[in-house]
Design a protein around this ligand. Sequence first.
Ligand SMILES: [Zn+2]
Length: 163
Amino acid sequence: MRRRRFRKWAKWACTAVAMMVLALTVASRWWMVSYGWRGSGGAPYHVGIGTGVVTYERNIAFEKRPTGWDLRASAGWQWGFVSAEIPGNQWRLGVYYYSSPGFGWALGVTLVYVAALASLPAALLWYADRRRFGPHACSECGYDRRGLAADAKCPECGTVPTK
Ligand SMILES: [Zn+2]
């Protein structure tokens, strides 16, 4: 019973996380959110979400950019599957890695993967919860109620059947 309550809680918590990631994915169509900071030796690091992708970079081009949060307009969804708009962009099936001495390095993953991964626990918990007990079983814990009075408390979890 306590276990079941935890499962219910976990189900909704995972659903909330999945919803937030999905909302972020949708929002990345219009906005690009990023955070920049300086690492050791003043190296510019940058993590951002926009155009349906999430990127993590140590990019020399960001040396002049101010650190901290940055919000700017996003140019539609790119998802990391279409590279035509950016020459030299090497996205492969939603994953991107690039490294060069004159640039630094960049790592990118499509939000499609992130959203799918975030939705997986919620989907599994919903699927597990969908399981229905038989007609003679307690609706809360699945205890076999055969032989009990119709309005008797479940001896396992204490649930009173509602008709
Ligand atoms: Zn029960």
